[in-house]
Design a protein around this ligand. Sequence first.
Ligand code: FES
Length: 159
Amino acid sequence: MEGKDVEKEKQEEGSELSAGNQSEPRLIAFVCNWCTYNGADLAGTSRMKYSDNVRVIKLPCTGRIDPLFIVEAFKKGAKGVLVSGCHPGDCHYTSGNYHSRRKYATFRDLLGYLGVDLNRVEFSWISASEGNKWVAVINEFTDKIKSLPAQTTDIFTKK
Ligand code: FES
């Protein structure tokens, strides 16, 4: 039985991201290495409990996030995408978070055009010492995604 569960999980974690279902949607968090990732790590090492719907993808900086990463996440079945990095003014690469936010401001119209409900994308700034904030943001984002009507567009799911 346990072997079957492991096999099923491997299939879910394969090339296509398991979308989860409406009650347990799969969420992706693109986080920067220096602040938010360490905040999430602090939450984990402090044994804080938070939603396990989220899958974390660590990047050097939010400025490294290509907007197409967000499209790809939805294409592979994510129901929500969070981008989180250092607070404004604290980016370890000086201004990567400003670039990220500006890129999204120009990119969000395209996401909407593709049929993504823009409520499904969220930005936040979480420092390495803010494990509590990580927990709050993840839990609130998960609740918000669960409360949204199912995404009806199939633009990303057509083969
Ligand atoms: S290093 Fe954290 S947002 Fe740039």
